[in-house]
Write a protein that binds this ligand. Structure first.
Ligand code: ADP
Ligand code: ARG
Length: 342
């Protein structure tokens, strides 16, 4: 492999930090699972508009390719090699009363965490047999859950196209054919090995073998952020009894994309801000202040519809889960206050 030719179209952090020197140092390195620099950067090369442009193949990738991953992690999370990650899932420490008791702004609240099994490579480097094994382990564990988390696993290959599209439209299921995941090798053997588990109310959901082996999701209508967090923590605790997740003292939960390291948590609301969104500068000054990210209403790489936005925490590493949700809550309180003053 030769040093890639980057042009002004390559806006990713990968293009920024993959200098010739770093490339020469890493180009022949290979993890135990056979993951290489070429595989790590493929998505960013194929998609010059990537913002990050790298994926890891396993926990070892973050060590072996540290000269590339470390500066990306530092720029995205403000987290250095010397920092340690700490987890805090204590619901009592979250101060998050519903910011929209009248139900005028927040349509729904969703909190997800990414998880991967400690004894397998990440989805980018996994074999078909291993992926099927992950699906079996996780779906069997989920199907044994009881009480309010009890539900059923729906493998993607057995779903009708109509059923799949309806789950995507209602924001429960991941989209198909994401070009970033495709280039990263995360869509190999699609749709086999993928699927969704949900409880009867569709307030607790788990995606299997999408970008991460598990995406554990708690969601419901309205703005009761604490209830959503409480359900998520309960679900994580139950799952931890049944499987071991990849975790490092330094990087927290190990995920295929460096943006998700640490808590692997994205806590979001769908919120209508028709007035404030007319003034994007003011809108962004509030989201920046609370370390929040603005997405469109159909998730990442989508546009807003009817003044409705997806507002979530941007920081995930070097902050606790409680802090991620607190950031989102506090920012949303200010967004609503500002919207109402206009
Ligand atoms: P992820 O959350 O896993 O990083 P996406 O940004 O693609 O990935 O979002 C996945 C799905 O979750 C999308 O359909 C998105 O609209 C939906 N979603 C995100 N936040 C909310 C929310 N607060 N309420 C309802 N649906 C949501
Ligand atoms: N690889 C894509 C990019 O660099 C997405 C990065 C963050 N999002 C994610 N789903 N991991 O733009």
């Amino acid at each position: 492999m030769k040093y890639p030719k980057f042009t002004s179209k390559n806006s990713s952090l990968m293009a920024k930090f993959l200098t010739k020197e770093v490339f020469e140092e890493l180009k022949d390195a290979k993890t135990k699972n056979g993951f290489t620099l070429e595989k790590a950067i493929k998505s960013g090369i194929d998609n010059p508009d990537s913002s990050i442009g790298v994926y890891a193949g396993d926990e070892e990738s973050y060590e072996l390719f540290a000269p590339l991953f470390d500066p990306i992690i530092q720029e995205y999370h403000g987290f250095t090699r010397r920092d340690m990650h700490a987890s805090n899932l204590n619901i009592d420490e979250l101060d998050a009363p519903n910011p929209d008791l009248k139900g005028e702004h927040i349509l729904s609240t969703r909190i997800r965490v990414g998880r991967n099994l400690s004894d397998f490579p990440l989805g980018t480097a996994i074999s078909k047999t291993q992926r099927d094994e992950v699906e079996m382990i996780v779906s069997t564990a989920l199907n044994s859950l009881e009480g309010s988390l009890a539900g059923k696993y729906y493998p993607l290959y057995a779903m009708s196209e109509e059923q799949r599209l309806s789950l995507v439209k209602d924001h429960f299921l991941f989209k198909a054919g994401d070009r970033f995941l495709e280039s990263a090798g995360l869509n190999r053997d699609w749709p086999k090995g993928r699927g969704i588990y949900h409880n009867h109310e569709k307030t607790f959901l788990v995606w299997i073998n999408e970008e991460d082996e598990l995406r554990v999701i708690s969601m419901q209508k309205g703005g009761d952020i604490k209830e959503v967090f409480t359900r998520l923590v309960q679900a994580i605790r139950e799952l931890e009894k049944k499987m071991k997740f990849a975790f490092s003292e330094h990087l927290g939960y190990i995920t295929s994309c460096p943006t998700n390291l640490g808590t692997a948590m994205r806590a979001s609301v769908h919120i209508a801000l028709p007035k404030l969104s007319q003034d994007m500068k003011r809108f962004k000054s509030i989201t920046d202040k609370y370390h929040l990210q603005i997405r469109g209403v159909n998730g990442e790489h989508s546009q807003s519809e009817g003044g409705v936005y997806d507002i979530s925490n941007a920081r995930r590493l070097g902050v606790t889960e409680v802090q991620c949700v607190q950031d989102m809550h506090d920012g949303v309180v200010e967004l609503i206050k500002t919207e109402e003053s206009l």
